[in-house]
Write a protein that binds this ligand. Structure first.
Ligand code: C2O
Ligand code: CU
Ligand code: CU
Length: 493
């Protein structure tokens, strides 16, 4: 945001805050520095050496126990304190299940805070979805059991504990959840060691641990780190051969958006996104990936000269507010150092799904920032809002009919990017207008559960609601915004 606008609004906010007793202490904890000199909150990326081998998270099957605990993980050279679902590791194991299977997970909460699990992208009953107040107490247990009944795709899991989502996910609690089905199997896509999961995150690496201590400016921009880690390791390398690889990428960062590209401008094929395969592959040279979004891509190293080193990077991008996009940086290295005679032909058609019928109802939502003063409720700050409101577990914001189809529109009237995520559904993006007119992008041609709205953008989505009744939240997946209250809920009846 422009500096002048920010200062003016801060003065207004100060007045409101000071008239509301309990918030005075919060306000005085925002340093003058934050308010007066930082018109943006850029955290510059520092690249490391790209010599550490990319680790691949362990796999988990449909029946698993996860122990949420304090542990250590070697992100650079020495172990530091993190949170994990297993000893010695940031990030949990990758679930691999088939459509139709029953999943049964026991969460042991060994933390001193409340904890739960949200299965991001899964269409499961409300009481299995990790509702913010549906938690395991410290030392407690929570059992999750649900049937998988949806398309093959890359989904993920992370805590959704009330107002603690950002801090617990940031400190290490997250993992991948892969669903396979027969339609996908028939495509014979690269698998085994040629199917590489990549969880991309940014961290502030202190010497003793992943500390989560956002300032007020971090709450505005999101908590961003100077170090990029992939699968839990800073600046890794992966040795590959001259063949086609399937990369399954999650942006598991709290707030940072990546504009993914290769440093030699190699084009790659997008074959899937949040909710599974696209209808056909789309070739691109770069693609924006917001927090919580996933990307399924095929990269053809078969025409790359042996002994080439290339980098997956994030290219500069614009129109994403003042805190993001200003820097190009490398994420990880691929060393093409073994030759292989590739014969796999990328399928021209991937998946078939029907056009959705006409929606029976529509709703619209305005995303805004810094209009403090009303409905601040239990939240510390409430600087980010949806339709002027912040989250209240005791208020249902929208009532929706089971098995109905609705069109929802979101309009970003703020100055920051907001990746909006809906629980309990997968939707289609039908239109994006405003902003820099980027329209619906390649990775948005299929099913989605999270959609990025850059400042000034308006997006329309078409949502088939299922038969799982109950409460589900929808929120900004900039996790600082979410914990700040940028979350509402709908009830399916
Ligand atoms: Cu991945 Cu409610 O979020
Ligand atoms: Cu979710
Ligand atoms: Cu947001």
């Amino acid at each position: 945001m422009e500096r002048r606008t920010f200062i003016t609004k801060s003065v207004i906010s100060a007045t409101v805050l000071l008239s509301s007793g309990s918030l005075v202490s919060f306000f005085s904890s925002c340093s003058k520095n934050d308010l007066m000199t930082n018109s943006n909150n850029t955290t510059k990326i520092v690249e490391n050496l790209f010599t550490k081998t990319l680790p691949i998270p362990a796999s988990a099957s449909a029946v698993t126990t996860l122990n949420a605990q304090v542990t250590t993980s070697t992100i650079v050279d020495t172990p530091i304190t993190v949170l994990g679902y297993q000893l010695g590791n940031i990030l949990g194991p990758t679930f691999r299940v088939k459509n139709g299977e029953t999943v049964s997970v026991t969460l042991n909460n060994l933390l001193s805070d409340i904890n739960n699990i949200h299965w991001h992208g899964l269409i499961i009953p409300s009481n299995m979805d990790g509702y913010p107040t549906d938690i395991a107490v410290p030392g407690g247990i929570k059992r999750y059991q649900f049937n998988i009944n949806q398309r093959a795709g890359l989904y993920w899991y992370h805590p959704h504990s009330d107002a603690l989502t950002a801090s617990q996910a940031y400190k290490g609690l997250a993992g991948l959840f892969i669903i396979n089905d027969n339609e996908e199997l028939l495509l014979n896509l690269p698998s085994g060691t040629n199917e590489i999961p990549l969880v991309i995150q940014d961290k502030r690496l202190g010497s003793n641990g992943l500390n989560y201590n956002p300032t007020m400016m971090d709450t505005m921009s999101g908590f961003m780190g100077e170090s990029i880690i992939v699968n839990g390791v800073n600046s890794p390398n992966l040795n590959v051969s001259t063949r086609i690889y399937r990369l399954r990428i999650l942006n598991g960062s709290n707030a940072r958006i990546y504009n993914l590209a290769f440093d030699n401008n190699l084009s790659f094929y997008i074959i899937g996104s949040d909710g599974g395969l696209l209808q056909s592959p789309i070739s691109v040279n770069e693609i924006l990936l917001a927090p919580a979004e996933r990307l399924d891509i095929l990269v053809d190293f078969s025409k790359v000269k042996i002994n080439t080193e290339l980098y997956l990077m994030s290219k500069q991008f614009s129109n994403a507010g003042n805190s993001q996009g200003g820097q190009s940086f490398k994420i990880m290295k691929f060393s093409v150092n073994q030759s292989f005679n590739e014969s796999y032909i990328i399928p021209s058609s991937l998946s078939n799904y029907q056009q959705l019928p006409t929606p029976t109802n529509s709703r619209s939502f305005i995303l805004s920032e810094m209009t403090m003063g009303s409905g601040m409720g239990a939240r510390m700050t409430g600087m980010h809002k949806i339709n002027g409101k912040i989250f209240d577990a005791n208020r249902i914001d929208e009532y929706v009919n089971a098995n109905s189809i609705e069109s929802w529109s979101f309009e970003n009237q703020g100055t920051e990017p907001h990746p909006i995520h809906l629980h309990g559904v997968q939707f289609r993006i039908t239109e994006r207008s405003g902003g820099s007119n980027r329209g619906v992008i390649a990775s948005e041609m299929g099913w989605k559960d999270t959609v990025l709205l850059l400042p000034g953008e308006k997006v329309k989505i078409l949502i088939p609601f299922g038969s799982n009744t109950g409460k589900f939240v929808f929120h900004c997946h900039n996790l600082e915004h979410e914990d700040d209250g940028m979350m509402l809920q709908f009830q399916i009846n």
